[in-house]
Design a binder for this molecule. Structure first.
Ligand code: IMP
Length: 427
């Protein structure tokens, strides 16, 4: 059986938790491949609402093995508290597998994230402050700490020393902060070793063997395409690759194994943190989208910036990810508008531009060119099939599909597990 990738087609928060969880019941492995606890998935099961940050949402499906791949950065204290929180609510988490090659977010990475943001002032990225960027920076600088290092005290001490050598200079001399003691960090990290040990595994081998045995493997992206370090709105991005290629490097599964790449696409657009956002609204409509859509960060509690649907971005996501399908979420939030503007192109310095400009300067100057689509006022949350939707809602979906370049195979019409219209099966 195939491997599938499910990823955010915009700036994250598209409602991936609902989509992965919906598929989670029929897949054998749900794998996170990048990011860390900067992500936030809300999953509603019956009358229970779960907010997950680091764990793959498949953890809520009893038949499914959740996997944290090598491309993820892991804050052990967050992982353990997320696990015990679920255990207290009766969720069995014993099947979790954690890659020994995943990098650890250490306390000093969190400190560095916060102080650098403060130092950047108005040029700040607006990070989640969880230490994500500094941990990936350590990985690339080859001074990172990996999960497997927790099981060799001498190696761990040497590595923490190497990492802190330069950082303490910077913290004390540049940022005027206190130096961080190697011993304290090593002691804290060693304290996690036994608790994490039952989960640590050679996840590359496990996943490739699972695929050989025809198991269904679902790769779950965190954040979204426009937050990708290579393909996003750099430098206002996260420090990993949420795009489809990240699923291969972040898990050790080759691209030939992947048969489907599904982009989660919100029926409008949101963004958290700094950076350009052509369709952003600063009026009552933006406020209404925020209120009706519950657009407040699961991880940080920050209000999300809201705007109309941007087809230029959706087309770009189709291209850079090789999307085979879209899962359109939160269509119900748009109920009640008489007319719904959709951005079909940009105007940049007097020119009409159909595709996402590669130049950062151009993107910062991009003004949305809108087409108005007729809205609907009927409640759509009970719709079970495409034909149950009011004509104008059908028209909205069809128009988005045509502009975005891949078929819309599922539509979210409410937050609950069963409030989804399936058009084409993903499996
Ligand atoms: P970082 O990932 O904490 O380094 O933050 C970098 C940028 O990515 C900031 O603009 C964050 O707001 C954004 N970001 C990180 N994770 C998410 C997410 O799950 N949803 C939306 N934005 C995110």
């Amino acid at each position: 059986m195939p491997a599938l990738v499910l990823l955010g087609a915009q700036w994250g928060d598209e409602g991936k938790g609902k989509a992965t969880d919906l598929l989670g019941g029929s897949v054998d492995y749900v794998v996170r491949y990048q990011g860390g606890n900067n992500a936030g998935h809300t999953v509603v099961v019956g009358d229970q609402k779960y907010a997950l940050h680091l764990l793959p949402s498949g953890i809520l499906s009893p038949g499914c093995t959740p996997v944290i791949g090598n491309g993820v950065v892991v804050d052990p204290s967050v992982l353990l508290s997320e696990l015990s929180g679920l255990n207290e609510r009766g969720v069995d988490t014993s099947k979790l597998l954690l890659s020994g090659n995943a990098h650890i977010i250490t306390p000093y990475n969190v400190t560095v994230d916060k102080v650098t943001e403060r130092f950047l002032g108005k040029r700040k990225i607006g990070t989640t402050g969880r230490g994500i960027g500094p941990t990936y920076a350590d990985k690339i600088n080859r001074v990172g700490i990996r999960v497997q290092d927790l099981y060799d005290e001498s190696i761990l001490t040497q590595k923490v020393e190497a990492a802190l050598d330069a950082k303490n200079q910077i913290l004390t001399k540049l940022y005027n902060r206190r130096a961080i003691a190697v011993d304290q960090v090593v002691e804290e990290l060693l304290g996690y070793a036994d608790k994490l040990a039952p989960y640590v595994a050679d996840t590359v081998l496990v996943l490739n063997e699972a695929l050989e045995q025809d198991k269904v493997v679902l790769f779950e992206g965190g954040q979204g395409t426009l937050l990708d370090i290579d393909h996003g709105t750099y430098p206002f991005v996260t420090s990993s690759n949420p795009t489809a290629g990240g699923a291969c490097t972040g898990t050790g599964v080759g691209p030939t194994k992947i048969s489907r790449v599904i982009g989660i696409l919100k029926a409008y657009t949101t963004r958290v943190g700094s950076g350009p956002f052509p369709t952003e609204l600063f009026d009552e409509d933006g406020e209404a989208l925020r209120r009706i859509g519950g657009e407040r960060g699961v991880t940080t509690g920050r209000d999300r910036r809201c705007g109309w649907f941007d087809a230029v971005i959706a087309r770009y996501a189709t291209r850079v990810n090789g999307l085979t399908d879209f899962f359109l979420t939160k269509l119900d939030v748009l109920t009640g508008w008489e007319q719904i503007p959709v951005c079909v192109a940009y105007e940049i310095d007097g020119r009409r531009v159909e595709e996402l400009p590669y130049s950062q300067t151009d993107f910062h100057h991009a003004k949305p060119v809108y087409e108005m689509l007729p809205g609907w006022s009927e409640d759509i949350s009970k719709a079970k099939s495409f034909s149950d939707l009011p004509k104008n809602a059908q028209g909205y979906v069809k128009a988005l599909e045509e502009m975005s370049g891949a078929p819309i195979s599922a539509i979210g019409v409410g937050p609950g597990r069963d409030e989804t219209i399936e058009i084409n099966s993903f499996l």
